[in-house]
Design a protein around this ligand. Structure first.
Ligand SMILES: [Zn+2]
Length: 357
């Protein structure tokens, strides 16, 4: 058992190893637990004199460490090259395009509500929400539309036959599906003292015959500002800022007198047609269809909050004033996007919705 010959043979053999099974055989030949050549040397150490034991034992252990290191290195390089050859021979083509993920997005109505709320937030308004089932008082009476007021005929209302509960359900104050988002203003003013600056987006319901421009359920966003010294100039400035941010900054707006029971004076705001820029016809001379050749697009209703509304929520019209406005979200989106049929918003047809990605 000559350590020198074992070392010479081992170093020669290790160079010839080409596979993992060669490596395993090499390991068995030299370091095998029973028959390994070096193992046998180590096993006979007990028969030697202390002097020889120390000398040969040290050399044998050094050789074992050397062979173990050779084996570990060889193993690593063999595993690496077997991975490379597996990649080369397999049919995996890493240059093929991957499976792309479908990216979702907001519904155009949800997107518009967020955008409009954001514009008003930037000038100090806060977005609030309220229930869709309301009392007759919050939806009509408090808003200066008492029983038998002719304005009630304009709101084709769904009344609900619900049991009497605190705040509603009686014959004088039945439950209903809110016909506008204005009851949110009433709830808020009953709960807090002025100043108030809110926008209230949400779903509203009308008992309408459904067609391309009418739906039984649609969305509104309402706004309210109450404080000392609020004037019509504040109303005009805020709404002009909104229209020019939502549409285009160079468009003019105009106010026309309008009647809404809960404001006095009331107004309707138009924005200059963004397709013909108020020219009433397009560049090729054809009449503008978007504004029906008027140069203006009706945008929203607004006005100074009626003193009766302030009194109904416990505010003093001698102390505070305010303005309110409201607009239909669907109509805003239809105008801006050139959509002709309001029913498309409710149909969940991906061919329509994916255009708003
Ligand atoms: Zn136009």
């Amino acid at each position: 058992m000559d350590l020198t010959s074992i070392e010479r043979d081992a170093l020669a053999d290790v160079e010839r190893i080409g596979t993992l099974s060669d490596l395993e055989a090499f390991q068995t030949t030299y370091l095998g637990r029973k028959e390994g050549r070096l193992t046998q040397v180590l096993r006979t150490l007990g028969n030697l004199s202390p002097e020889e034991k120390k000398q040969i034992g040290q050399a044998a252990n050094q050789l074992r460490a050397l062979l173990e290191e050779k084996i570990a290195r060889k193993k690593q390089s063999l595993e690496q090259s077997s991975l490379l050859s597996a990649l080369e021979s397999s049919k995996l083509d890493t240059s093929l395009p991957g499976t792309s993920l479908t990216r979702g997005h907001s519904h155009p109505i949800a997107g518009a509500i967020r955008e409009i709320s954001h514009i008003f937030r930037s000038i100090g308004f806060e977005a609030v929400e309220g229930p869709e089932i309301e009392t007759d008082f919050n939806n009509f009476t408090a808003l200066n539309i008492p029983q038998h007021h002719p304005a009630r005929d304009l709101h084709d209302t769904f009344y609900l036959n619900l049991a009497s509960e605190k705040g509603g359900g009686s014959q004088e104050n039945p439950w209903l599906l809110r016909t506008h988002t204005s009851p949110v203003q009433i709830r808020l003013m009953q709960a807090v003292k002025p100043p108030v600056r809110i926008v209230a987006p949400g779903r509203v319901y009308r008992h309408e015959a459904v067609d391309a421009t009418h739906a039984a359920v649609f969305h509104q966003i309402e706004g309210l500002a109450i404080d000392t010294d609020i004037t019509f100039a504040d109303l005009k400035g805020s709404l002009k800022y909104f229209a020019q941010t939502f549409f285009q900054s160079d468009l003019q707006v105009r106010f026309r007198p309008g009647y809404f029971p809960f404001v006095e004076p009331g107004a309707e705001m138009d924005v200059q047609c963004f397709l013909c820029h108020g020219a009433k016809h397009l560049k090729d001379g054809t009449p503008c269809r978007l504004c029906k050749a008027t140069g203006w697009i009706e945008l929203l209703g607004a006005g100074m909050v009626h003193p009766n509304v302030l009194r109904n929520v416990g505010y003093d019209p001698a102390q505070v004033t305010g303005f309110a406005f409201g607009m239909g979200i669907e109509r805003m989106v239809m105008t801006r996007m050139g959509i002709r049929d309001i029913r498309l918003f409710l149909e969940s047809d991906l061919r329509f919705l994916e255009q708003f990605a």
